[in-house]
Design a protein around this ligand. Structure first.
Ligand SMILES: Cc1cc2nc3c(=O)[nH]c(=O)nc-3n(C[C@H](O)[C@H](O)[C@H](O)COP(=O)(O)O)c2cc1C
Length: 279
């Protein structure tokens, strides 16, 4: 195996702007290398993924830990091209949906548990926000574990939360019943390009020692904006007609513009319509 330590160090320096000390004798260094060099993939080769491999990846994903062993996450594997096309038609700004070999939808399933209580003739006094929260967290962990397994075999992934902009349509298309909602979709395929590391906020910003602290947030964000712009500058500015052209356009300007418009304001209504309680 090639010496993975330099690879990991370079990736993490690009990601966080920090030179980490790494013990070359660490067990599982190959897994650390894959995790640290992660990048999203949005271009795929026209190559199938076998049903056996999909089954293996789903089995790995669903081997993830589950809150109280409640097992409240499900996966829909969408292979039907007409269904993938129908979802792609909803999201013309994301042409990678047209290249995906299969499309996955990770579900929060609060239905099974309430049915089990019925089956076993028990009351179900836990129909409140925590049901949704637990199922959503499980679904996110299953999605992440799927991504880890898929990247281990050389596949590329792109989670797609924008399906929630069309939650009711996607729900109808996939026949999702009450108390089952899509948390995120995922494009999956054999990568057509290498992809690039996406720099993150410094570890000093997001890793807290013993207590939460964000006293130097402004300085940390400004520093991150400049570090990131030097490696991966934005190709264009969001909504210049509304916000003008910034001389310096960094991550925080982009995210502030993105969240200066209402997004998915009907999602709560959708979740309530699926009979989840939000209180
Ligand atoms: C929950 C979740 C939802 C996402 N939704 C989308 C999406 O709808 N469309 C998209 O192109 N990328 C989506 N992404 C991919 C992110 O944009 C990507 O992970 C981020 O830019 C960081 O890049 P990296 O994964 O290469 O580090 C999503 C990622 C996550 C974790």
């Amino acid at each position: 195996m090639p010496d993975l330590v330099p690879l990991i160090k370079v990736a993490l320096f690009e990601r966080f702007g920090e030179r980490l000390e790494i013990d070359a004798d660490l067990a599982g260094i190959d897994e650390i290398a894959r995790i640290s060099t992660h990048r999203v993939h949005r271009r795929y080769l026209a190559r199938e993924i076998s049903p056996q491999l999909m089954r293996l990846l789903c089995a790995c994903a669903l081997s993830a830990p589950s809150k109280s062993d409640l097992q409240q996450a499900d996966i829909v594997v969408v292979r039907d091209k007409s269904k993938i096309e129908a979802i792609a038609d909803l999201l013309p700004e994301m042409p990678w949906l047209r290249e995906t070999a299969v499309f996955l939808v990770f579900l929060a399933n609060g239905r099974r548990l309430s049915k089990i209580c019925q089956m076993r003739d028990k009351p179900f006094p836990n129909d409140h926000l925590d049901l949704l929260f637990n199922a959503t967290v499980d679904a996110a962990i299953v999605m992440t574990t799927f991504l880890r397994a898929a990247e281990a075999v050389g596949l590329g992934c792109c989670p797609i939360s924008v399906i929630r902009d069309h939650a009711a349509v996607v729900s109808e298309l996939l026949a999702l019943p009450d108390k089952v909602i899509p948390v995120a979709g995922m494009c999956l395929g054999w990568p057509a390009e290498e992809g690039r590391i996406s720099p993150r906020l410094s570890l000093g910003t997001t890793v807290h020692e013993d207590r939460f602290a964000d006293d130097n947030l402004d300085a940390a964000i400004n520093a991150y904006d400049h570090r990131r712009a030097a490696i991966r500058p934005y190709r264009g500015q969001r909504e210049p007609q509304r916000f003008g052209q910034s001389d310096f356009y960094g991550w925080s300007e982009d995210k502030a513009r993105q969240y200066a418009v209402p997004l998915r304001t009907d999602f709560g209504a959708f979740v309530r319509s699926k009979n989840f309680r939000l209180d």
